[in-house]
Write a protein that binds this ligand. Structure first.
Ligand code: DAT
Ligand code: MG
Length: 133
């Protein structure tokens, strides 16, 4: 998962990791890093054709991101549930996005966290963010 630049900027790294740890997941690796355009573009490659892609890449490069490898049973689905739905104003209370984020100017980009959406995505993203693992 990632705590994206808006989350790091707002001082929410501890809050996000606290939730992950309290749930019982294991923090297997962590790293603070400002994404290059190349890394951000690869991370969001599935959205390359979308109209918001440029803004999304620019946003992900705009400051440090906390990247973490989280382990646990059914963790991919579990972290997605904890993150809440993409549009933060619609994310339910109790979720990270629901509790900690609003849209800004109608844009849902600033939603604090990223969670891999499948095991295959997780493996791909871990290789991008943690080339030495
Ligand atoms: P998620 O992060 O929930 O997996 P996603 O993969 O569909 O969501 O989109 C990736 C990110 O792009 C998302 O966290 C916020 C941003 N985003 C999605 N849809 C958007 C839109 N219509 N306009 C602007 N940003 C958008
Ligand atoms: Mg996604």
């Amino acid at each position: 998962m990632l705590v994206k630049p808006d989350g790091v900027e707002r001082g929410l790294v501890g809050e996000v990791l606290r939730r992950i740890e309290r749930k019982g997941y294991r923090l297997a690796a962590m790293q603070m890093r400002t994404a290059s355009e190349e890394l951000a573009g690869q991370h969001y490659a599935e959205h390359a054709a979308k109209p918001f892609f440029r803004d999304l890449v620019e946003y992900l490069c705009s400051g440090p991101t906390l990247a973490a490898v989280i382990e646990g049973e059914r963790v991919v689905k579990g972290v997605r549930v904890m993150n809440g739905t993409t549009v933060p104003t619609l994310a339910p209370p109790g979720t990270i996005r629901g509790d900690l984020a609003c849209t800004r100017g109608g844009v849902s980009m600033f939603n604090v966290v990223h969670g891999s959406d499948s095991r295959v995505s997780a493996e791909r993203e871990i290789a991008l963010w943690f080339p030495d693992l």
